[in-house]
Design a protein around this ligand. Structure first.
Ligand code: G6P
Length: 612
């Protein structure tokens, strides 16, 4: 979703802003803009890609040692040059970029119009900059004070950066509900939506908290105040990000790079947390909380998108291995349905970005009701990581491709460790089975590597499926969520309609769709349910559907009836998702490439959904 980068210092701002916007492209956007200050104020905005903005600005005045840039993902007002950010105040003095939604913008706009303000865009953001202008004018206030006062009238979510043409040595930023990080360099400051645009300049960062306003000055330092005007002592942290990890490293797309990183990222998620020889599993984040977690009345798992699918797999894991009842909820539904939550509940939030607005709000609600919150997050220092009482990072490194791949398998790995640790603490897993699972889990990264070695075969099958308009993904047990995830991957990046279903449910609806034009991907690796899956395949074949089956190595029976098969190495049933999802990721990747789609930045999608 919208991305922000701003700079003040001694260097030319434009190259820093453009490079920053390119780094933020992965978040998803439909227009981009920059504003530069160099005595005068120059703003350039363009619908489309950052490159369109660069081409447009080529022959313009690009000088200035302070400025701001923005990638916009449209909410209020269509994606076009006018609605793109930055936006300016009516007197042309202030400029502002914004990520989030100002919910009371309509009433603010009406009030401002009565005071003579004229608006040129359909955005909520333009209302905000006019509001700041009005407050500043009325009280003759310095910009940071005008921002603070104006924000006391705002309902909604925002991360903003504001500059004042008449106070050119200052950059002001504020946040509520949308992320913003301050980068502290030598004689220079950066504000950004995440660390990716600033990591090559500085690793010293401060994560702004909700209702905080930061002011950075060119020749001085910086200061953070709360919206109630109290000084806040900043907590400076080291940015945990390597520049190589946010570059493509020879791959055509980030998604392919990230798929191929999975043997390492799964290993990284386990590192120091599991020792099969010595027979233990331990998540550091669980220290001090094992009693609370193991005695939970139930687990409620919250997430969105792919993270919700990881949560569904966790439901099988926790119930199977730790015998704790689990409910998995879409965060967006949970928060609006007056859910029953008590102090005996442990709420587990799963989020790659740690910034998804619905997941964050659902967690706040659970916290208010006394639940214990455990976060499973990738981005270090993100909002959800900070809101949770405890948690574990999945250590997958930056995930740039919008379609989540390595974060998903790292989440599942982490949840597997958690289920094993809690199961052990509750005495619900026998010693023998526990040890067997530990040894097998250690072997998973090398088995994932073997899956990646099937790439050419998967590419060939992708060629056979690429022209389909609809497809069905079926799985049972642990592999039902994998079917959902496989279908999501395909529709996200190739725009082929795909549905995931529990295999047995096929008879209650989707079977009506099956004909020779309908590819059906069936994950058939569950030993316990194999006979039933074979019947499901027969049912598809009887209706001339094309079957791609994901089977366990050595399978004879399914290979005889399916049109195509892809084998996964033999493993324990709870770990099959970590292997069976890999060919589905590769399949959608190749299909999307063959269809000429932009794999890393699919249309309309955002990596980090910071609005509701
Ligand atoms: C977006 C992304 C998905 C992601 C979902 C949840 O839709 O495109 O890849 O699974 O948000 O994001 P989170 O960061 O909370 O895991």
């Amino acid at each position: 979703m919208c991305g922000i980068i701003a700079y003040i210092g001694k260097k030319e701002a434009y190259p820093i802003l453009i490079k920053g916007l390119q780094r933020l492209e992965y978040r998803g956007y439909d227009s981009a803009g920059v504003a530069l200050m160099n005595g005068s104020l120059n703003i350039y905005k363009k619908k489309g890609k950052v490159q369109d903005l660069v081409d447009f600005a080529l022959d313009k005045n690009l000088s200035g040692t302070s400025g701001m840039g923005h990638t916009r993902w449209a909410t209020h007002g269509k994606p076009d040059d006018v609605n793109a950010h930055p936006h300016t105040s009516g007197n042309g003095r202030l400029m502002l970029v914004h990520n989030g939604i100002i919910e009371n913008y309509a009433s603010l706009k009406r009030a401002l119009e009565k005071q003579g303000h004229v608006f040129h865009t359909q955005t909520d953001t333009e209302v905000l900059v006019h509001l700041i202008e009005e407050v500043q004018k009325r009280g003759d206030l310095p910009i940071e004070e005008a921002v603070r006062e104006a924000l006391t009238n705002v309902v909604g979510a925002y991360a903003i950066v504001v500059m004042d043409n008449q106070d050119p040595d200052k950059l002001v930023a504020a946040r509520k509900g949308s992320p913003l990080v301050i980068g502290i360099g030598k004689d220079e400051f950066f504000f950004a939506s995440d660390g990716t645009p600033i990591v090559e300049y500085t690793k010293k960062v401060v994560y702004l908290d909700d209702e905080q306003i930061a002011t950075a000055t060119r020749h001085g330092g910086y200061e953070i105040r709360t919206i109630d005007n109290e000084i806040h002592m900043p907590f400076v942290q080291e940015l945990n990000m390597e520049i190589e990890r946010i570059e493509k490293g020879g791959y055509d797309y980030f998604m392919l790079k990230e798929i191929n990183e999975q043997p390492t990222t799964i290993q990284d998620a386990m590192r120091g947390r599991l020792n099969a020889q010595e027979g233990w599993v331990r998540l550091g984040g669980m220290d001090d909380h094992v009693e609370r977690v193991k005695n939970a009345e139930r687990f409620v798992i919250l997430g969105c998108g792919t993270s919700w699918h990881a949560g569904l797999i966790a439901e099988y894991l926790f119930e199977d291995l730790a015998r704790i009842p689990v409910e998995v909820e879409y965060a967006s539904e949970f928060r609006y349905r007056h859910p029953v939550i008590t102090e005996r509940d442990v709420v587990i939030a799963i989020s790659q970005s740690g910034e998804t607005a619905d997941t964050y709000a659902a967690l706040e609600l659970a916290k208010k009701n006394g639940a214990f919150l455990y976060g499973i997050v990738n981005v270090v220092g993100s909002s959800i990581a900070r809101l949770a009482h405890a948690g574990s990072y999945i250590h997958a490194g930056p995930e740039i491709g919008v379609a989540s791949t390595k974060a998903f398998t790292a989440q599942v790995t982490l949840l597997t460790l958690m289920a094993l640790q809690i199961g052990r603490a509750r005495g619900t897993i026998s010693d023998e089975y526990f040890n067997k699972l530990l040894h097998e889990l250690e072997a998973i990264p090398s088995k994932v590597q073997r899956m990646l070695d099937s790439n050419e075969k998967i590419k060939y099958i992708a060629g056979e499926i690429k022209d389909a308009t609809n497809s069905l993904y079926l799985g049972r047990g642990y592999n039902f969520p994998v079917a959902l995830e496989g279908a999501l991957k395909l529709k996200e990046i190739s725009y082929i309609h795909a549905e995931g279903y529990p295999a047995a449910e096929m008879k209650h609806g989707p079977i009506a769709l099956i004909d020779e034009n309908m590819p059906v991907v069936i994950i058939a690796t569950n030993k316990s349910l194999n006979d039933k899956i074979i019947s499901n395949i027969q049912e598809v074949k009887a209706r001339r559907g094309m079957v791609l089956a994901i089977v366990t190595e050595g399978d004879q029976e399914i290979s005889r009836i399916a049109d195509y098969t892809i084998e996964i190495p033999e493993t324990e049933e709870p770990f099959t998702p970590l292997l069976s999802v890999i060919p589905l990721q590769l399949l959608s990747y190749h299909i999307a490439v063959m269809r000429g789609c932009n794999v890393d930045q699919p249309r309309n999608l955002a990596k980090s959904v910071t609005v509701e």
